[in-house]
Design a protein around this ligand. Structure first.
Ligand code: 1CP
Length: 365
């Protein structure tokens, strides 16, 4: 392991150990991004994936929100994207301004597997991602231990959805059709993505990541039964294998849009340290049902979330009121305050500050 500056604020990591802490730590998904003028300024001269691939730039934008909200954020997340994994497996991904990610040649049928590159002699997809490792190591140094650094991946199902749809989608009908037309090959693809993801997360830890998050952004497109067949086994395997090598690195999973039943399955049946909830989940009723079950297996219930990000379009008063109410709902368990999904490009940075201040105020013991 490399030598990095000592950590000064370990609140986030202490909650993830199941400890009772003095207030809820807080960070936000997409906290480095387009709502920040200082980020947009960097993007004028630098294409999106160039920022990801240039450790100095990725480091700079990762630290931007930490500097702006001095003393208010309790974790940084490395600036990168979940789609760097499909890229490393041989697919081209472009970031189209104003539209989002675009794959010029998505997977259409399983015969397109010939365009995917797995580990082979002289090629290892995770080694293609060395620029992420370099960005993580540099950021750990430049953070001077102010807050811990989170590494991340996209869940295999979410990446499969992009690899087949070729970008975002309203119905995900192409990716979901694969599950029924080519179930065996769908499982093969999910497994191949999972294998690269496991190596990639381990590499991020070796480079200096102090916690990991798995984004299953399109989890909610699947029924509970289908989630248990097509996503659960792969996110589960990822946690199993990464935690076997790095038992002290906490892992968070964000299964966006799933039924509370699915969340229970994940909490009780996987090695994830914590689960991130979207805003549609009622924390209080989930905790009431899940806490006794977790006690039986002797595992602390640790939850992250889940203010609706659109609340940040409201004024200071409404942000304080909704944050206080969110904090109260989690008060009986270990809680990391976050949004129910990411910051939006048209959010006002000042409003995020009101949210962070409200978390500090209302979650004090
Ligand atoms: O022009 C730009 O600058 C592009 C905007 C942008 C940014 C800032 C994209 C394109 N990605 C990112 C960074 C990013 N993406 C981070 C790092 C920083 C941070 O969180 O502070 C992370 C963790 C992600 C992860 C990511 N990428 C997810 C999972 C989280 C989520 O929001 O659900 C997903 C689904 C993506 C794909 C993606 N990349 C970019 C966009 C606009 C999207 C979503 C497109 C869609 O809705 O389909």
């Amino acid at each position: 392991m490399m030598d990095f500056p000592a950590l000064k604020n370990d609140l986030f990591l202490r909650v993830l150990k199941g400890e009772k802490v003095e207030r809820a730590p807080v960070w936000c998904m997409r906290q480095a991004g387009r709502y920040l003028p200082e980020f947009r300024e960097i993007r004028v001269e630098n294409e999106f994936f160039k920022v990801c691939r240039t450790p100095e730039l990725a480091c700079e934008v990762t630290i931007q929100p930490i500097s702006r909200y001095r003393g208010l954020l309790d974790a940084a997340i490395i600036f990168s994207d979940i789609l760097v994994v499909p890229q490393a497996m041989g697919l081209e991904v472009l970031m189209v301004p104003g539209k989002g990610p675009h794959f010029p040649d998505p997977l259409v049928t399983p015969s397109d597997f010939k365009r995917l590159i797995d580990k082979s002699e002289g090629y290892d997809p995770h080694e293609q991602l060395g620029y992420v490792y370099d960005a993580i190591s540099l950021t750990r140094k430049k953070l001077f231990g102010i807050v811990p650094l989170i590494g991340f991946i996209g869940a295999p199902w979410t990446l499969m959805a992009y690899m087949i749809e070729g970008g975002g989608s309203k119905t995900f009908s192409k990716a979901k059709a694969w599950l029924w037309k080519y179930p065996e090959q769908a499982h093969e693809l999910l497994d191949r993505v999972a294998s690269v993801s496991i190596e990639f997360l381990k590499g991020q830890v070796r480079a200096g990541a102090q916690a990991l998050q798995v984004f299953d952004s399109w989890a909610g497109e699947l029924s509970n039964e289908d989630y248990l067949e097509f996503s659960f086994p792969y996110i589960s395997k990822i946690a199993q294998e990464v935690s076997a090598e790095f038992p002290d690195i906490p892992m968070i999973v964000f299964p966006k849009g799933v039924h509370p039943e699915t969340i229970k399955e994940i909490a009780l049946g996987t090695k994830y340290t914590a689960i991130s909830l979207d805003w549609t989940i009622d924390p209080k009723s989930l905790i009431t049902e899940l806490e006794p079950e977790m006690k039986k297996i002797n595992k602390p219930l640790i939850l992250q979330g889940n203010l609706d990000p659109t609340v940040l379009f409201g004024d200071k008063e409404i942000i304080q009121k909704k944050t206080e109410s969110m904090i109260k709902q989690f008060s009986s368990t270990n809680h990391i305050a976050n949004l129910g999904h990411g910051m939006l490009p048209n959010h006002d940075p000042e409003h995020l500050k009101w949210y962070l201040e409200a978390v500090h105020k209302y979650s004090q013991l």
